[in-house]
Each structure stands twice: as structure tokens, then as C-alpha cells.
Design a binder for this molecule. Structure first.
Ligand code: NAD
Ligand code: UDP
Length: 388
């Protein structure tokens, strides 16, 4: 546990605080709660509709941090207890969202309500009660890169000025309205603008986080095991599911899109720095990603196949990947971000943070977890006789 000697980046002692963490039961929330409980003296009022991913932190009552974490099963859409919890806390962290791409074009209304309308009261209560807010946005607010509009053979496509994404310079470039994929990015952009405006006009103390593909254990669900069999999670869980079931990995539109992946544990270090260094974090928007871990989705599939073979001791399939169209995989209205490299200048300058873990290493620890957690359950589920 944390000792009294913990200091911030300017050498000042860190005072224990209480935070209201909304969406604490999700992927990022579960890792943040784990970090806060095991390494700091802070208290967490954990708000979510689910708590399966933080059960190990809530029970048994003999856990050393039992008096520092409280779970509140609240749907923030319609629960008057939310304002009371925000008032009780020094800081609110809002992680709640619908944030799986398969939902953006198939459930655009739920996506827009979740990412904009439902976040409004949180911003309002923080502003009215003079409470600090850390709001989770997304790298998707950048949309497509400027470079993607250049001719394919243009040498400018190789110039970082046309693709590196900078918080204070890059434009936000979305596709047309009928490409409903952009409902999420657009809702997130508008809530960012609202948070920023509350800061400018009403003095709200805020930090906005733009995660760039944070991945690791407990991300999303494995369809048919701890989530709906027809559900489509984000790429890490899709590919894990395929590997666990010995099916080819599906490459949407050839797997040509590029992503940078950062290990969840590295990214959580950045969030802790924001929590504990308000003077350096307030008023800023931070990219949080790992520019050194860039791959195409096809390369990710190939690397995950190799790593999974190592951790499971099973030979890869003869045909490890297949191509599918985005229409077939996600339905109409899907579109894609072509490339996502975060500029790190602001987070480096303000918080001195840098990611550490290579893509191979983070996949090795994550796929070891996936194999240990799910391989047996999948074996049992697939060996069940089909009802006649
Ligand atoms: P997640 O889906 O695992 O977690 C979100 C949590 O919010 C879930 O536990 C969900 O139950 C909860 N929630 C949603 N609506 C709620 C409501 N109305 N009331 C109470 N709880 C509610 O997602 P995550 O990956 O942990 O992402 C957290 C945040 O970070 C989101 O805002 C997301 O948009 C953003 N983000 C994450 C990534 C990433 O790489 N993981 C990338 C970009 C943005
Ligand atoms: N993708 C894929 N196969 C899958 C799942 C996703 O090829 O089974 C692709 C998807 O089209 C996108 C990338 O992987 O180009 C990352 O998708 P993810 O759902 O993780 O979210 P995004 O980074 O687009 O927000």
C-alpha cells in the first residue's frame, strides 16, 4: 500500500482524495481501480451497471482496501443519486460509454445518447459544484488523416505532417452522415467541446483523455462465453475469440487500416499522473497511446497468431486469416479510421509520460490471460451436444 511519502511531479506530498468513477466496471475502469487500490491511498466511489470485472476488488470484505472502494449500481441515464456522489467526491472520472464500433452504425441513437446526452449531467454537476472532471474521449475524434485524401502515390503521404495526430493542431475529419460509423466520434467531439467551453466560460477544472487503442486483459468479452454469441467486440477480443475457437481471423476490407496499440498497464500510469498532478493536467487534452507500436490490422492478426501459438502450444491453422467485407462484418454505414499515430509532445511536456511495453510483449501477457481464462470454457461450450 501507499506510504505517506508519495509526492507529485513537483515534489509536493500527494493528499488522499475521493473520486467518483463512472464506468468503473468496464475494461479501463477495472484496471484503474486495481491500480488505485494497490498503490495509492485514494478512495473510489465506483459507479456502473455491472461489476463483474471489479468483483475481485470488492469481495471479500477482508481485502486491505475494503474501506476505500464502494460500488454503486447506477445507470447514469436516470438516477438522481449521481449528483450526490459527484458532490461527495473531489474528482469525477467519466468512462461510461458505448464504445464498440459494431454499435456505431447499427445502434447510432444509443451511441449518440450514451456518448453525448448521458454525459451532459456529469459535466453540469461538476461545473455547478466546482468539482474537477477527467473525461474520457477517444482518438476517433481525429477521424481520418489529412494524408488519406492525398493521391495514393503522393510522396506527401510519407510526411508525418499529414498523418501524426496533434491535440492542438489536427482537424477532426469525419465521413458523411450516412456513414453512421462517425456517430460515436461526432458525439465525443461535441462533449469535448462542451467540457472545454465549461472550462473557458465557467472555470470548470477539466482534463480530456484521448485513448489510442488501449488493450489488455478484461477487454470487452468473448462472444458466447461472457457476452452475447452474436456480439462483435473490439479487434483484440474478436481475434482472441477466433484463436481460442481455432477459426481464421477475419480481416475487414483486407486488414489494411493501421493502428497503434498501447498496453493498458502503461496507459493507466498516465491516468494516475493526471489524477495526482492536477496543476499539470487541468485544461489539457491528452493523447495517450504508443506511437512505436504501429501495425496494420493484418500484421496484428499475424502477430497474434504467432503469440497465441506460443502461449497455447497449439500449431496455427494452415489458413490463419480470411478477408471479409466491412458490409458483411459490420453492416451498412461502417467506415474506418485509416491510421492513428499519437503526437506525444503535450503528455511528455506536462506529465513526462512515455509508454514502455512493446506490441509483442503486451500481446504475450494478454493472450496468456485469454488462454488461461477462456480456453477451457470454450472447449466445454463447443463439445456440448447440439439439441435435436
Ligand atoms: P467499457 O465498455 O469496457 O467500459 C465502459 C463502462 O461504462 C462499462 O462497464 C459500462 O457498463 C459502463 N456504462 C455505460 N453506460 C453506462 C450508464 N448509462 N450508466 C452506468 N455505467 C455505464 O469501455 P472502456 O474500453 O473501458 O472505455 C472507457 C472509456 O474510454 C469510454 O468512454 C471510451 O469511449 C473511451 N475509449 C476507450 C478506448 C480503448 O482503447 N479502450 C479507446 C477510445 C476511447
Ligand atoms: N477489425 C478486423 N477484424 C475484426 C475486428 C476488427 O479486421 O474481427 C478491424 C476494424 O475494421 C478496424 C480495426 O480492426 O479497422 C480496429 O477495430 P476495433 O474494433 O478494435 O476499433 P477501432 O480501432 O476501429 O476503434
Amino acid at each position: 500500500m501507499a506510504s505517506a511519502a508519495r509526492v507529485d511531479l513537483d515534489g509536493n506530498p500527494i493528499k488522499p482524495i475521493t473520486m467518483c468513477m463512472i464506468g468503473a466496471g468496464g475494461f479501463i475502469g477495472s484496471h484503474l481501480c486495481e491500480k488505485l487500490m494497490s498503490e495509492t491511498p485514494h478512495k473510489v466511489l465506483a459507479v456502473d451497471v455491472y461489476n463483474d470485472k471489479i468483483k475481485h476488488l470488492l469481495e471479500p470484505a477482508s481485502l486491505p482496501w475494503a474501506d476505500r472502494i464502494q460500488f454503486h449500481r447506477i445507470n447514469i441515464k436516470n438516477d438522481s443519486r449521481l449528483e450526490g456522489l459527484i458532490k461527495m467526491a473531489d474528482l469525477t472520472i467519466n468512462l461510461a460509454a458505448i464504445c464498440t464500433p459494431a454499435d456505431y452504425n447499427t445502434r447510432p441513437l444509443d451511441t449518440i445518447y450514451s456518448n453525448f446526452i448521458d454525459a451532459l449531467p456529469v459535466v453540469k454537476y461538476c461545473s455547478e459544484n466546482n468539482k474537477r472532471l477527467i473525461h474520457f474521449s477517444t482518438c476517433e475524434v481525429y477521424g481520418k488523416t489529412v494524408g488519406s485524401f492525398l493521391p495514393k502515390e503522393s510522396p506527401l503521404r510519407l510526411d508525418p505532417a499529414y498523418y501524426v495526430l496533434k491535440e492542438d493542431e489536427s482537424p477532426c475529419i469525419f465521413g458523411p452522415i450516412e456513414k453512421q460509423r462517425w456517430s460515436y466520434a461526432c458525439a465525443k467531439q461535441l462533449i469535448e467541446r462542451l467540457v472545454y467551453a465549461e472550462g473557458a466560460e465557467n472555470g470548470l477544472e477539466f482534463t480530456i483523455v484521448r485513448p489510442f487503442n488501449w488493450i489488455g486483459p478484461r477487454m470487452d468479452f468473448i462472444p458466447g462465453i461472457d457476452g452475447p454469441s452474436e456480439g462483435v467486440p473490439r479487434v483484440l477480443a474478436c481475434f482472441s475469440n477466433n484463436l481460442l475457437r481455432r477459426e481464421p481471423l477475419k480481416l475487414v476490407d483486407g486488414g489494411q487500416s493501421q493502428r497503434t496499440f498501447v498496453y493498458i498497464k502503461d496507459a493507466i500510469e498516465a491516468v494516475l499522473l493526471m489524477i495526482e498532478n492536477p496543476a499539470r493536467a487541468n485544461g489539457h487534452i491528452f493523447n495517450v497511446g504508443n506511437p512505436n507500436n504501429e501495425v496494420t490490422v493484418r500484421q496484428l492478426a499475424e502477430m497474434m497468431t504467432k503469440v497465441y501459438s506460443k502461449v497455447s502450444a497449439e500449431a496455427p491453422l494452415e489458413v490463419p486469416t480470411i478477408d471479409v467485407s466491412s458490409k458483411e462484418f459490420y453492416g451498412v454505414g461502417y467506415d474506418d479510421s485509416d491510421k492513428r499515430i499519437p503526437d506525444m509532445t503535450i503528455i511528455n511536456r506536462q506529465l513526462g509520460w512515455n509508454p514502455k511495453t512493446s506490441l509483442w510483449d503486451l500481446l504475450e501477457s494478454t493472450l496468456t490471460y485469454q488462454h488461461r481464462t477462456y480456453a477451457e470454457a470454450i472447449k466445454q461450450a463447443t463439445s456440448k451436444p447440439v439439441a435435436s
